[in-house]
Design a binder for this molecule. Structure first.
Ligand code: HEM
Length: 494
């Protein structure tokens, strides 16, 4: 009886969603507005970004992407969705996406509670301020040195012949970023650079994120959520557990050691001692577990993007090399502190952050009860909303030649070519804005400046014809599933 009625119920739901729903006035692909399924299929296939680019081009700046979801491709969305707006309720992180995995306590990234986040940010902020970064810089420099030594070992053999060597730079930036984050968050390196190989933890890292995305997908269908959770790939969940157990153990060891090190833990523990509102052990473990991921995955993506663009654009690379030459006399002078304030280096990185955004899948939020206005449109409470950086950053509404890699658009106004003078640079917010913006931004910039400067000082890098690489055809499951980046490294003749 009930089974027989199912087609009519389904039809009634579709009719309501398409014509009688509060979001019916927003344009978008009808089949996506009728059911969450097309969205989920595109998400799992890793093509959601390309679909969204297509839909925004077809339907405009605000589109309906699912029965209860709107997507924004407009600058104002940064202010309205993510920034603090006096007189408005907070647009919180969407709990479909932000839940700590494996029943861990909520952490700084996943919590949707403003007070909890404020408490955690207060305790963690000293680990990420300029004073702590100054102490952390020698750690970055030590790993950059090992990386350069490893690369030099690889290229030394061919140096006499001046040929250069083909290297998968994805591996090397992964090794660098995880060794740095291991040292700073756990008190010990993963020794990937020393061993020129992935530590098993790094292999479980991508599964950790994938597991979080798969769990979110199940939450889209509340009636069948438990069934879908039970159907999630066992292997992904098991690897996620291994990852968490390992991290918990290491964090506990670091906390118990009470060592005074130039890492995140020392300033954090000092701050904990001077506050009555603390974090529980579970919250600390959950937070540092996610910091390990947030701090390495994104930086690796941004570094890969920058190296890829430099290899593809030899004239830009040459200009960067000359800028470095005019600043430094020798490789030893290239420290994290000394790479600050080189406009062309910052422009090269900023432009890569624009085209190779590290979290292109969006930063999902949910409209508070009672609804609110976003980009001039009233949106009902409970609607899932997000800016689509991938679409915004490639829009000719904001950038001249949006798909071209042009670092010059980021130069100070007096040096910027007239053609790019009207570019809206503020629309590029790789670290997000407002009370949930990135805590690790200064550290990420220090890592990127140092590594790019060191590599380009020593090497001429180029693409390898036989091993093509295309940024935009990589799969995106919220973050970029990066393909190997094979580049030819040729030592420069000084
Ligand atoms: C180029 C590298 C990086 C990029 C592009 C980046 C980007 C972002 C973005 C877009 C967010 C907001 C996420 C959201 O709203 O869901 C975020 C949050 C965060 N990032 Fe980063 N990040 C980078 C590096 C780092 C590093 C190195 C660390 C720390 C070691 C870090 C720690 C965090 C933390 C703790 C948050 C959560 C802040 C909060 O919700 O209060 N990130 N990051």
């Amino acid at each position: 009886m009930l089974l027989g009625a199912l087609p009519s119920i389904a039809l009634a739901i579709v009719v309501r969603r398409l014509w009688f729903h509060p979001l019916s006035k927003f344009p978008g692909p009808k089949i996506w507005a009728a059911s969450r399924l097309p969205y989920v299929i595109s998400l799992i296939k890793g093509t959601l970004n390309r679909d969204m680019l297509r839909f925004h081009e077809m339907y405009g700046g605000i589109i309906r992407l699912a029965p209860n979801e709107l997507s924004f491709a407009q600058e104002q969305a940064w202010k309205d969705i993510y920034s603090y707006r006096p007189g408005h309720k907070e647009t919180k992180k969407d709990p479909v996406w932000y839940i700590a995995p494996n029943s861990m306590p909520q952490n700084i990234v996943t919590t949707t509670d403003r007070k909890v986040r404020a408490r955690m940010r207060k305790l963690l902020s000293p680990s990420f301020n300029e004073q702590s970064l100054l102490k952390q810089q020698p750690v970055l420099e030590a790993y950059a040195e090992i990386l350069m030594n490893r690369l030099k070992d690889l290229t030394a053999a061919s140096e006499a012949k001046g040929e250069g060597v083909v290297v998968n730079m994805l591996d090397w930036v992964n090794f660098f970023t995880v060794d740095v984050i291991g040292d700073l968050a756990l008190g010990e390196s993963f020794n990937c650079l020393q061993g020129s190989a992935y530590h098993p933890w790094v292999r479980t890292l991508h599964n950790f994120l994938k597991g979080m995305v798969y769990a979110s997908v199940a939450r889209f269908f509340p009636l069948t959520e438990s069934l879908l959770q039970a159907m999630l790939p066992r292997q992904v969940l098991e690897k996620q557990k291994v990852h968490i157990d390992f991290t918990n153990e290491k964090i506990l060891q670091r906390l118990e050691s009470k060592a005074d090190r130039p890492d995140f833990i020392t300033p954090f523990l000092n701050e904990m001692n001077s506050h009555t509102e603390k974090m529980s052990l579970g919250e600390i473990q959950s937070t540092f577990a996610i910091v390990l991921v947030a701090g390495s995955e994104t930086t690796a993506t941004s570094l890969c993007g920058t190296l890829f663009e430099l290899a593809k654009n030899p004239l830009v690379q040459e200009k960067l090399y000359l800028a470095l030459r005019s600043r430094f006399q020798s490789e030893a002078e290239i420290t994290a502190e000394a790479t600050k304030g080189i406009p062309y280096l910052d422009a090269v990185i900023n432009e890569a952050l624009r085209l190779c955004f590290a979290i292109p899948g969006g930063l999902p939020r949910v409209v508070p009860e009672g609804g609110d206005t976003y980009v001039g449109e009233f949106v009902p409470g409970g609607t899932s909303i997000s800016i689509r950086p991938y679409v915004v950053l490639r829009s000719n509404k904001y950038f001249t030649k949006p798909n071209d890699y042009v670092p010059e658009r980021w130069l100070p106004a007096e040096e910027r070519p007239a053609q790019f003078a009207a570019d809206n640079l503020a629309v590029s917010q790789p670290f997000s804005v407002g009370p949930t913006n990135c805590l690790g931004k200064p550290l990420a910039w220090a890592e990127m400046r140092l590594l790019i400067a060191r590599v380009i000082w020593f090497y001429d890098i180029s693409m390898v014809k036989e091993r093509p690489f295309d940024w935009d055809s990589q799969r995106i499951i919220m973050v970029v599933e990066k393909n190997p980046l094979w580049l030819k490294l040729k030592p420069r003749k000084s």
